[in-house]
Design a protein around this ligand. Structure first.
Ligand code: COA
Length: 399
């Protein structure tokens, strides 16, 4: 057996595994681009449906194209009744991200064009997913609270309609627009863990929904999309804390991470966090809830000071740090914050799935199949002697 080298490209950090034309991050300068457009520009001027169209199609739509796309997303919001029936049978305490991961295959079953593996067939699946994931999540939130799911309102924007179907009241248009911007900011982010999971799964020629279900699973983890909910938990705990800097110091001394800080690619402030920070400030003032913004700023200041003292100057707030307070003020329950991330990221996932399936950024599709180095038990090329069950003694059991 070859001599084993124990340090690998662990976690594939800094290892390009494919080309992409969808998004680009400059982690040193804090730049994020979708299909050539800076995230700041899109956040200011675009809408989520327009950004989703851009990600999926590679260019901004014209007026007619956007109308058609929005119409398709709107029409697909009506979902088959059996999906609601399945949701009604679930225990009310089910975690929303688990419900979402369960619901994606149900959406596959509900898709009459599931076997259509053409590019346009996949685009139509993407439209259904973008349309239906928010509907399913809003429905689940209402069902678990003993309420009936609400029909969509075609007069509302994609973001406002989600708030309506979730909360049962028509949102203030400014708040709808804030959520729309949040959806733009979360829509894509190169080869993050969930997007890679989607691409890896469809590289086997599995259908789009199978890839998305894997992406949802990856997103649920607290080091990825689950961080926003953990930030809100932290802020909730800190509401009554007199000594925020002391709390932060103690966390770090105990080897705990400060959620919403640090990033695998950004070595400076995440450009999305800058936009969300300002949104949190303005929203706090508008709603008379500035304490969440103030608390976040205090935690940020204390964490950055501690990181500085520990020589970790590249740890800065990421997208989840200020999205937590924004979502909370908009009325999104803590455990719906990660599903909200998925409601946005579905556009990026589907775009990457299509790029992967149709080799749009490289010569031909390739099945992902990395290597591993075997470091386990080894008895030579002939293999270990198989002892009959009765003859085995003193087998050590791992606890
Ligand atoms: C996102 C994240 C996983 C990326 O980290 P990474 O590139 O894998 O780097 P590591 O986790 O190996 O961290 C490198 C060092 O910084 C520290 N560090 C990273 N993020 C930290 C945080 N949020 N708080 C405190 N310390 C942190 C690690 O403990 C590690 O220290 P060590 O070298 O002394 O062991 C990490 O920053 C993190 O866990 N952040 C909190 C979760 C979060 O907000 N996730 C959302 C990402 S958008």
């Amino acid at each position: 057996m070859k001599e084993t080298v124990h340090i690998k490209n662990t976690g594939l950090r800094g290892v390009p595994v494919a080309d992409t034309k969808i998004s680009y991050i400059d982690g040193e300068q804090g730049i994020l681009i979708y299909r050539g457009y800076r995230i700041e520009e899109l956040a200011e001027k675009s809408s989520y449906p327009e950004t989703a169209f851009l990600l999926l199609n590679g260019e901004l739509p014209d007026k007619k194209g956007l109308q058609v796309f929005e119409g398709q997303v709107g029409e697909a919001r009506e979902i088959p009744g059996f999906i609601f029936e399945c949701l009604r049978k679930l225990p009310k305490q089910a975690v929303p991200m688990d419900v979402l991961q369960m619901a994606v295959p149900l959406l596959a079953i509900a898709d009459p064009e599931l076997p259509d593996e053409t590019r346009v067939g996949n685009l139509r699946k993407a439209v259904r997913l973008i349309s239906r994931i928010p509907v399913v999540m809003a429905a689940w939130h209402r069902i678990r609270n003993g309420l009936e799911p609400l029909p969509a309102d075609a007069a509302l924007s994609h973001a406002s309609n989600f708030l309506w179907q979730l909360q049962g009241k028509k949102p203030d248009p400014e708040i709808g627009r804030d959520l729309d911007v949040c959806l733009i900011l979360h829509a894509d982010h190169t080869f993050n863990a969930s997007t890679f999971a989607c691409r890896e799964v469809v590289s086997t020629r599995a259908h789009m929904y199978a890839g998305v279900a894997a992406g949802v699973g990856a997103l649920s983890g607290s080091l990825h999309g689950g961080a926003n909910a953990r930030v809100m938990e932290m802020l909730g705990k800190l509401e009554s804390e007199k000594d925020v800097p002391g709390w932060v110091r103690r966390q770090l001394e105990q080897g705990q991470k400060i959620m919403g800080m640090g990033h695998a690619v950004y070595k400076t402030t995440d450009p999305r966090a800058k936009i969300l920070r300002e949104m949190s400030r303005v929203l706090g003032e508008k709603l008379g809830q500035s304490r969440w913004y103030d608390l976040s700023v205090q935690v940020e200041g204390a964490a950055l000071a501690q990181f500085e003292r520990r020589g970790k100057t590249t740890l800065k707030p990421n997208v989840d740090f200020y999205s937590a307070s924004v979502y909370h003020m908009i009325g999104i329950p803590g455990d719906m914050m990660t599903p909200l991330f998925a409601i946005s990221r579905i556009a990026g996932w589907c775009s990457h799935i299509i790029e992967e399936k149709f080799a749009e950024a490289q010569e031909k599709p390739a099945l992902y199949r990395p290597e591993s180095e075997y470091v386990g038990h080894y008895c030579g090329m002939m293999g270990c002697v198989y002892e009959p069950l009765e003859a085995r003694r003193n087998v050590k059991r791992k606890k």
